[in-house]
Every structure is written in structure tokens, then in C-alpha cells.
Design a protein around this ligand. Structure first.
Ligand SMILES: C[S@@+](CC[C@H](N)C(=O)[O-])C[C@H]1O[C@@H](n2cnc3c(N)ncnc32)[C@H](O)[C@@H]1O
Length: 270
């Protein structure tokens, strides 16, 4: 174990106080996250030469930039349009047509749970347009971090974020915004509704046909993860699908009630 880790394990009692104060300040319950979160916080403290949790808390509480940095570092909001492209083509070519066929309706209720800066829900909206899928409501897109939601709502991206999009879709759904940036067109924006939500604490809507929850539970402890997957199960319409990230297998999917519908794809039985 590297020396900086042995210095913080087991967590000293001051860390419990820090966690409580951070929850009142940011709304984030650090106990729901894996122990790596503790290490990440400690690394951040080392970077700024902070000698105690109390000193670090005061710095964050007095300085919005430090709070922003803390949240960014903690919640890691890396994402891109059509991230893991093959999964998207599977949605387009297999899953969406299957929902049509089996459920006998053509209005899909979709949700990007932990949407970060918006690339994932906008990708879903584009897929809906391309598949000629009607959506009863806009794609629901939620995240705990208001900073990423503001960026998502603006809908302006560096061109590298759309590298996985098929070339012919780019002029259809984006306008050039100069300096290597693009802006999502209004017809795509209108199909997405962003909302602040803590997936761990908040209540979910129901009757979804398709939920994407990718690259977020990797930071959650096993109990938090399991409780979250049960909530997703209840939020799905019978026959609806949950897609997880490319490394996020649900080991207890059968116990929860899901059936497997392919790699990292789970279905609530009809
Ligand atoms: C790596 S991004 C995933 C973005 C997108 N789903 C993807 O796979 O490209 C992880 C996101 O999870 C969000 N997040 C972390 N904890 C959360 C929680 N308890 N509730 C809602 N969002 C959360 C973070 O703010 C971050 O934007």
C-alpha cells in the first residue's frame, strides 16, 4: 500500500465530521460512494497542501471555485456523444425495433440517468429522430451536478466530443459554433429535458421503456449499487430495458427480477 494510503486508513474521526459537513454543503452523501472516494479526497487535499479535513472544508465552504473542483474531481464527468458506439448501434438496430414490435407502441419513454454534460441524452434524442421514434415526452436527463447540467443545457461542445457520430449526422444535428466547437440544433435540444437529481436519494418516475445508467455506479458501494438497480427495475415498464456501462455487470440481476438481454443490457420481463 502506498504511504499516502496508509496515512489515511482507517479514516480518522475528523473524516466523519468532514463527510457530514460536506453533505449539508453539497447534498452529496459521501458514505454512499466507495472507499476510493476517500483516497481521491485525500489526494486533492495533498495537492493543495491542506493539513486537516477541517482546513479543507473551510477552504471549500469559503471558495466556490474549490467547491466546483471538489465536485468535478469527485464525480468525474467524462463523456462523449455515442460513447462506446457499438452499444448505440445495438440500440438502434435491435433494441428499439424490438420495443416497437413487442410492446406494440411507438412512443418511447427514455432516461439518461447521470447524464453529465448532456452528450448521452442528446445522442438518445438523435437516435430517436433517426429511428423515427416518437417520444411522449422529451428524453429525461438527470445529474447531481448543477455545473454539468448548465453545460448540457447550453449544448455547445468541442468537436472531439462528436468523433463517434456518423459523419452524415453531423450537419443534420449540429451547427458550427466556431473555434473547433459545435452547437446542438434546436430540434435535438427540444427532445431533452434536464433536471437535477440525486439517483441515490431521490424518487424516480415510472414506465420507462429504456434507461441508460452508464459509468456512474463504478463510484458507488455495493449496497448503494444494488438499491439503485432495484429502483431502476421498478421505474421500468414491463418489457423495458436498462443499459449499463461497458464494465458494469449486475451480478444479482436475477434476484432483482431482471432477465439478461445481452452484455450489459437487462430487461424487466413482460
Ligand atoms: C462519467 S459521467 C457518466 C456520463 C454518461 N452517463 C456516460 O456514460 O458517458 C458520471 C456522472 O455521474 C454523476 N453522478 C455521480 N453521482 C451521482 C448521483 N448520486 N446522482 C446523479 N448523478 C450522479 C456525475 O455528476 C457525473 O456527471
Amino acid at each position: 500500500m502506498p504511504s499516502h494510503e496508509s496515512a489515511i486508513y482507517p479514516a480518522p474521526p475528523e473524516y466523519d465530521i468532514f463527510k457530514k459537513k460536506m453533505q449539508s454543503l453539497s447534498g452529496i452523501d459521501l458514505d454512499a460512494y466507495k472507499y476510493q472516494i476517500h483516497r481521491r479526497i485525500h489526494m486533492l487535499m495533498q495537492r493543495w497542501g491542506m493539513k486537516s479535513y477541517d482546513e479543507y472544508y473551510k477552504t471549500i465552504a469559503d471558495n466556490p471555485d474549490k467547491l466546483r473542483e471538489f465536485l468535478d474531481y469527485l464525480t468525474i464527468n467524462v463523456t462523449e456523444f455515442f460513447r462506446n458506439a457499438n452499444r448505440w448501434w445495438e440500440l438502434k438496430d435491435r433494441i428499439i425495433p424490438q420495443i416497437y414490435k413487442e410492446l406494440g407502441h411507438q412512443k418511447l419513454k427514455m432516461w439518461s440517468a447521470a447524464c453529465s454534460t448532456g452528450e448521452e441524452p442528446y445522442s438518445l434524442a438523435i437516435l430517436a429522430i433517426e429511428s423515427r421514434v416518437a417520444t411522449p415526452k422529451p428524453v429525461l436527463a438527470v445529474d447531481i451536478d448543477d455545473g454539468v447540467l448548465a453545460k448540457a443545457t447550453a449544448g455547445v461542445y468541442a468537436k472531439r466530443q462528436i468523433a463517434s457520430a456518423p459523419k452524415e449526422w453531423i450537419p443534420k444535428y449540429f451547427t458550427d459554433a466556431g473555434a473547433d466547437t459545435v452547437k446542438v440544433k434546436p430540434e435535438v435540444k427540444d427532445k431533452v429535458k434536464f433536471k437535477h437529481m440525486d439517483l441515490i436519494k431521490d424518487r424516480f418516475e415510472s414506465d420507462f421503456d429504456l434507461i441508460l445508467c452508464r459509468n456512474v455506479v463504478i463510484y458507488f458501494g455495493p449496497e448503494t449499487k444494488s438499491a439503485l438497480y432495484k429502483k431502476f427495475f421498478s421505474a421500468l415498464r414491463p418489457g423495458g430495458y436498462l443499459m449499463t456501462g461497458a464494465t458494469e455487470q449486475i451480478f444479482e440481476y436475477k434476484t432483482i427480477g431482471f432477465e439478461s438481454a445481452g452484455p450489459f443490457l437487462y430487461r424487466r420481463p413482460k
